[in-house]
Design a protein around this ligand. Structure first.
Ligand code: SF4
Length: 348
């Protein structure tokens, strides 16, 4: 009986490995560059579209490899212009990514894992168990799909990327960095790393690793409380990766990069809406230039978490501004299609 050989995803190969493949098969190394350009810059879904490659070579590729491309299964458009994509992966799992348009920019919010390894109580994604990490090409493809939609619906290319979709990006560190490499490289999308923000719930070891590797993209931390007891109650992993460790890692990050740190922060009624909470936030982040985004919360149906009232938000803004910390209040986008922060849960 003929044994079915599982073909390798060609996009798991580096440029050097692809060049080597062609040399080993009696062709020129340069052929690898041509194919690489088709795979990444031109986002080819099949070998047949590679028109500057001979039929014989395309057959060689077909018998050795597959191109595991994502498929945008469903697109939902919000009344505020936000678009949510349900992205089907080659193994039929689904993640979501979101396009957020404003007057001056179009931002892609992309996923890094199917489900999430962490267990934030306020987050819809945490209810899906982590099924697997996304591969670099699956992350890259989400960005390409949103770039195409941005050109189609808003007549301009994608301008920014945030890793704030499903999953904790620093729990899939290597693949996220490989994807960013592709997104920023001239053979990929050629985007500036300054337009990319990796948003983490705070994994101290990995923040230090990023600092050591002198990455050029921006860092945002979903803090939500600067008091251990409260943070652990809403983000249970804080029991093992506590605020002291996080702060030490952020201090290390700042000493290496001199980049301002952004904090994402939701104020919930009865959880972190007191003056004591705001004072703790100031204490936590004043060691380095910081920006705090106060994000509007989108309830996820169990009623345990509710957005604090305007007075509490005003109190936070005043407290932060008094200490010279930049603060913005972010209205949520895409609420009507469950595309807002913390709402991504494959409901479509
Ligand atoms: S908030 Fe982020 S890190 Fe926390 S469970 Fe949700 S996706 Fe994971």
């Amino acid at each position: 009986m003929e044994e079915k050989v599982k073909k390798k995803d060609i996009r798991a190969l580096t440029l050097d490995q692809l060049r080597e493949f062609f040399v080993n098969n009696g062709d020129k190394a340069f052929r690898g560059n041509q194919v690489y350009e088709w795979l990444w810059q031109k986002s080819a879904h099949t070998f047949d579209v590679m028109t500057n490659i001979s039929k014989e070579t395309r057959d060689l590729l077909t018998s050795n490899f597959v191109i595991n491309h994502i498929k945008v299964d469903q697109i939902q458009r919000s009344s505020d212009g936000t678009i949510k994509n349900a992205v089907r992966l080659h193994d039929d799992l689904v993640v979501e990514s979101v396009l957020i348009p404003t007057k001056s920019r179009t931002t892609a919010c992309v996923s890094s894992q199917v489900g999430c390894s962490l267990d934030c109580k306020f987050c819809a994604t945490s209810r899906l168990k982590r099924m697997r990490n996304l591969n670099p090409d699956e992350i890259y493809d989400q960005v390409v799909a949103i770039d195409n939609e941005s050109r189609l619906y808003f007549d301009r290319p994608l301008s920014n990327i945030v890793f704030m979709g499903m999953g904790e990006p620093l729990m899939n560190y290597n693949n996220v960095l490989k994807a960013i490499d592709k997104i920023t490289s001239p053979e990929g999308l050629g985007m500036s790393p300054k337009r990319i923000t990796v948003s983490t719930s705070g994994v101290p070891k990995m923040i230090k690793k990023m600092a050591d590797e002198e990455v050029k993209f921006n860092l945002a931390v979903s803090l939500h409380s600067a008091i251990d007891e409260i943070r652990t109650s809403i983000m249970p992993f804080n029991a093992t990766m506590n605020l002291a460790d996080l702060r030490e890692a952020l201090q290390y990050w700042y000493s290496k990069t001199k980049n301002r740190i952004t904090y994402e922060y939701v104020v919930w009624k009865g959880i972190n809406d007191s003056q004591k909470d705001a004072d703790a936030l100031v204490q936590f982040c004043r060691f380095a230039p910081s920006k705090v985004n106060l994000i509007e919360y989108n309830p996820i149906d169990d009623g345990q978490f509710q957005q604090a009232n305007d007075k509490a938000i005003e109190m936070y803004v005043a407290t932060l501004e008094r200490k010279g910390i930049t603060v913005t209040v972010r209205r949520s986008r895409g609420k009507d299609i469950d595309a807002a922060c913390g709402q991504l849960a494959n409901k479509i």
